[in-house]
Design a protein around this ligand. Structure first.
Ligand SMILES: *[C@@H]1O[C@H](CO)[C@@H](O)[C@H](O)[C@H]1NC(C)=O
Ligand SMILES: *[C@@H]1O[C@H](CO)[C@@H](O)[C@H](O)[C@H]1NC(C)=O
Length: 149
């Protein structure tokens, strides 16, 4: 009986595991991150280019936050279809630019997750202040599913 259960468990893992590992991570859609910022990525074209919009929840400026455009590239998908990508956010409410790089993963529960790092370049008035102009960080994005859209 114990052996039969163990055998069934092994069998079911063998059936389920390949399904999870072959599931594709797709960039297109709505995403939210650990800071509560949201972004929408539109269709990725055949060259891997995409456009989208970024609604940040946080800002280092005192300005009112506005939805800002983003544009990026996805590398051709590898054999696991967990593509690398990068995009630039052109902030529409400040004199700053952020670049993100990341990879689109399917985690062990089958959930898509974007693991990213970013550099935020803020405008400074003089070359003497250049040293203070760049911030670096990490963001993790998951799919945004909301009832009201
Ligand atoms: C992100 O989306 C969620 C769900 O729709 C919403 O509650 C939240 O206010 C949004 N955040 C921003 C910064 O727009
Ligand atoms: C970048 O943002 C500025 C300010 O909102 C805008 O004038 C410009 O057209 C934007 N460029 C792109 C490529 O989105």
């Amino acid at each position: 009986m114990v052996h039969a259960t163990a055998f069934l468990l092994v069998l079911s893992l063998a059936v389920v595991a390949p399904v999870l590992s072959t599931r594709k991570c797709v960039l297109t859609g709505r995403w939210t991150n650990d800071l509560g910022s949201n972004m929408t990525i539109m269709a990725v074209n055949a060259k891997g280019e995409f456009l989208g919009s970024y609604h940040t929840a946080v800002t280092v400026t005192g300005n009112d936050i506005k939805v800002s455009p983003l544009q990026g590239s996805q590398h051709r998908t590898n054999e696991n279809s967990q593509a690398t990508f990068g995009f630039t956010v052109n902030w529409s409410f400040s004199d700053s630019v952020t670049v993100f790089t990341g990879q689109c993963f399917v985690d062990e529960t089958g959930k898509e997750v974007l693991k990213t790092m970013w550099l935020l370049r803020s405008h400074v008035d003089s070359i003497k202040d250049d040293w203070t102009a760049t911030r670096v960080g990490v963001n993790v994005f998951t799919r945004l599913r909301s009832k009201k859209e």
